[in-house]
Design a protein. Structure first.
Length: 324
C-alpha cells in the first residue's frame, strides 16, 4: 500500500542540531556587530544601520527564493539577471504611462512566467537546472540591453522611488518587505504539506513520486517562487535606484546562493529553512559593510565569502556522512 501525499513528510530534521546551528548564526552576526562597533566609529550610527538593513534586505529575499529551489536539489543561476531585467520592465511600463499598481503586477507576472519557463525546461525538456537557468541569465541580460539600447530608463514617479528610502516605525521599508515575504514563506515551508513535498522531492524524487507527490508540479512551484521573489527584488531595486538598467544586480545570484548555504541550506537538497538564509544574507551584508567602513579591498570580501561557503559545505558533507 502506497502512502498518500498527505502522509509524505520531509526527512526527519535533527531539531536540536537545527536550533543549535540557528543560534550559532545569530551569535556570529551579533559578534560581528559588536566587533565592528568597537573597531569603527560609524558602524552603530543610525544612517549606517539603515543602509546595512537596506543592503541585506534584497539579498535576503533573493536567498529565500533560491532556498526553495536548492531544497529540491536544484539551482537557479538567473535570479540576478531577473532582478536587472525587471528593473527595466517596470521602468519601461511606468514611462509608458501604465499605472504604478499595474506596472508592479505585470513585473511580478513576468517573474512568474520566467519561473514557469524554467520548470518547463527542467520537467519537459529534461534540461539540467544549471543549464536552463544559465541560459536565462545570459538571455535576459541581452534582452534588457536591447530594450534600453544599452542605456538606462529613468523613473520619475516620486511616490515609487521614495518608497525604498522611507522608514516605518524607525525601520527601513525594505526590511519590512523581508518580513512581509518571510512570514508566509515560513508557513509554506515549515507548516504546510507543500513544504513537506519540497523536502521529499529533494530527498528522493522517485520515492516521492511513488508516494503520490506531484514531483513535476513541485519543481514548477520551486522555480516560480524563486523567479517571483527575484522579480519582487527587481521592483524594490528599481524603487531604490530610480532607474531601469539591465546590468544591475550582476553577481547577485552568487550572493543569494552563498547566503542560503551559509544559512544551512544543503546543496544536496532536502535541508533548509526560512530563517537561515535570512541570517546568512545579513551576515554577508555585515561583512561587506564592515569591510567598506574599514577601507578593506573589496576583493577580500569575495575571498571571505568563498571561505565561508567552503567551510559550511564541508561540515554539511560531514553531517551527511554521519547520518548515512
Amino acid at each position: 500500500m502506497t502512502a498518500t501525499p498527505t502522509e509524505i513528510v520531509a526527512p526527519p530534521p535533527r531539531r536540536k542540531m537545527n536550533i543549535l546551528f540557528g543560534l550559532t548564526l545569530i551569535g556570529l552576526l551579533i559578534f560581528l556587530w559588536i566587533v565592528l562597533g568597537f573597531v569603527t566609529a560609524s558602524f552603530w550610527t543610525p544612517l549606517n544601520i539603515s543602509n546595512l538593513l537596506r543592503q541585506g534586505a534584497m539579498t535576503a529575499i533573493l536567498a529565500l527564493g533560491q532556498t526553495f529551489v536548492i531544497i529540491t536539489a536544484g539551482i537557479d543561476l538567473s535570479v540576478g539577471a531577473i532582478v536587472g531585467f525587471c528593473t527595466v520592465i517596470i521602468a519601461w511600463l511606468l514611462q509608458a504611462g501604465v499605472p504604478l499598481w499595474a506596472a508592479i503586477l505585470l513585473t511580478l507576472a513576468m517573474g512568474v512566467a520566467i519561473g514557469a519557463f524554467h520548470g518547463f525546461g527542467i520537467v519537459h525538456m529534461g534540461l539540467p537546472p544549471f543549464i536552463i537557468t544559465l541560459a536565462t541569465l545570459t538571455s535576459l541580460r541581452g534582452i534588457g540591453l536591447l530594450i534600453t539600447n544599452g542605456s538606462t530608463i529613468s523613473i520619475t514617479d516620486e511616490s515609487f522611488s521614495n518608497f525604498a528610502r522611507a522608514d516605518f516605525l524607525g525601520i527601513p521599508s525594505l526590511f519590512w518587505m523581508v518580513i512581509l515575504v518571510a512570514v508566509p514563506s515560513f508557513v509554506f515551508l515549515h507548516l504546510s504539506r507543500w513544504g513537506r513535498y519540497l523536502f521529499a522531492v529533494g530527498s528522493n524524487a522517485e520515492a516521492a513520486r511513488l508516494s503520490g507527490v506531484n514531483v513535476k508540479g513541485m519543481i514548477y512551484l520551486a522555480y516560480i517562487l524563486s523567479a517571483g521573489f527575484a522579480a519582487f527584488v527587481g521592483v524594490l531595486l528599481a524603487s531604490r535606484i530610480a532607474i531601469g538598467n539591465a546590468t544591475q544586480a550582476d553577481g547577485w545570484e552568487l550572493q543569494a546562493i552563498a547566503s542560503s548555504v551559509i544559512g544551512g541550506t544543503s546543496l544536496f537538497g532536502a535541508v533548509g529553512s526560512v530563517h537561515g538564509p535570512l541570517i546568512g544574507a545579513f551576515i554577508l551584508a555585515t561583512i561587506n559593510n564592515g569591510a567598506n567602513l574599514l577601507n578593506v579591498n573589496s576583493f577580500w570580501q569575495r575571498i571571505i565569502t568563498g571561505l565561508l561557503i567552503i567551510v559550511i559545505v564541508f561540515f554539511d558533507q560531514l553531517r551527511r556522512r554521519k547520518s548515512s
